[in-house]
Write a protein that binds this ligand. Structure first.
Ligand code: KG4
Ligand code: ZN
Length: 369
């Protein structure tokens, strides 16, 4: 609901910035720069942020830095590293500049998977002399993985966001009970160079991407729907939705098998476990194949779906088996947040890459080329 989202941004932005400053124990005068998301996202929400950031930067005489939301997700993983090296963070600003320059020589490429409610994108991420560059390697041709989690959860009578529900329920089901298959995506010659129409796919045209690294999650959602209809689970799901989504009910994902079974039959737990297992398997297969094609020794997984426990466990196990490194943000930094935007702005700040006064929202801003 774009209208509602922009109004909420307008209502929240001043109190949120005040709270963040208070929590950090600093004032506006202590800041070095203001970073803001330029896109992709909802135009109205982006405009609220950009207008506020511009006003703040102007009033404080600070530089303004434009950040791509997807680059923010990637930097949430790297921010994590800085946090685990607190001695770097405690240095005065000028020393930090030197520390950053020293510690990152010519790094080799990493494979980044950004997997959220709006994106399922694979990038080659590379740092050279402190500056990051990205190349899109693959993405979804229809729904994002998070969107599939949300739609399947909704179909089964659970609330939004659906990912945490599926994550919690899947632990108590048999992941091999229902078999889901992913078709191999084929590049259609007539689509090359065309801007796709789906929300998830808008940020980049299909042109020249390797079909091995393309995703499609609308089919599995339909397959779950068919299963629900075939096994007459519809009424049961509706009754659950009425219970869980009733006003005043504060429903939370189950913590034990008993709680899970009190919510839904074993058949639904098995369905959910099989769905999650299939989606995670597909994300893994394509991410590791893309990393291998790059010769990348490092994989960064980020975005809301990176909070998923099965995804973390299986990516970590596969990475260990292959002798590559995989990193995730903390759970709090996996879903959308402002700290990741500041983290992505940091190398731009060091390089003096500031936004022009004419900066405006770009709802379909692409990352890299
Ligand atoms: O990155 P994010 O907060 O917002 C977007 O930019 O989309 O991601 C939100 C998405 C939602 O689709 C939500 O269902 C999914 O991330 N999500 C999860 C989990 N936690 C959040 N999906 C699977 N497992 C989770 N634990
Ligand atoms: Zn996001």
């Amino acid at each position: 609901m774009p209208e509602l989202a922009s109004r909420e941004h307008l209502r929240a932005i001043v109190p949120v910035v005040r709270a963040a400053l208070a929590e950090a124990g600093i004032a506006l005068g202590d800041l070095d720069a203001i970073a803001v998301t330029a896109g992709p996202g909802l135009a109205g929400a982006l405009l609220v942020g950009i207008t506020y950031a511009k006003a703040l930067a102007f009033a404080q005489g600070l530089p303004l830095i434009a950040v791509n939301h997807l680059e923010g997700h990637i930097h949430a993983v790297l921010l994590q590293e800085l946090e685990t090296e607190p001695q770097v963070l405690r240095l005065p600003f000028s020393a930090l500049r030197v520390a950053q320059d020293d510690s990152h020589e010519e790094d080799e490429s990493a494979l980044a998977l950004v997997v959220s409610g709006g994106h399922t994108h694979l990038y080659r991420a590379r740092q050279e002399r402190g500056a990051w560059s990205y190349r899109l390697m693959g993405r979804t041709v229809d729904d994002a993985a998070g969107e599939a989690f949300d739609k399947v959860a909704k179909l089964l009578g659970f609330g939004y966001p659906g990912g945490p529900w599926i994550d919690a329920l899947a632990r108590f089901g048999n992941p091999h009970a229902v078999s889901f298959a992913f078709a191999q995506i084929k590049t259609k010659a007539h689509l090359v160079g065309k801007v796709p129409r789906t929300k998830a796919a808008k940020t980049a045209p299909i042109a020249d991407l390797d079909p091995r690294f393309m995703f499609s999650f609308s089919g599995i959602k339909t397959a779950v729907l068919r299963y629900v209809e075939l096994h007459e689970l519809r009424d049961e799901a509706r009754a659950r939705a009425t219970r869980l989504l009733a006003p005043g009910v504060e429903a939370r994902p189950p913590q034990s098998k008993e709680e899970a079974l009190a919510l839904c039959p074993q058949q639904v737990l098995d369905l959910v476990a099989s769905f999650q297992c299939a989606v995670v398997g597909d994300l893994m297969k394509k991410s590791f194949a893309a990393a291998e094609s790059l010769g990348a020794r490092r994989i960064l997984v980020t975005g809301g779906v990176a909070a998923n426990r099965e995804l973390r466990a299986r990516f970590s196990a596969e990475a260990a088996r292959r002798g590559v490194r995989v990193d995730f943000p903390t759970l709090a930094l996996s879903t959308d947040n402002a700290a990741m935007i500041a983290a992505a702005a940091w190398p731009r700040f060091l390089a003096g890459e500031f936004a022009a006064d004419s900066l405006s929202a770009d709802p379909s801003l692409a990352l890299g080329r």
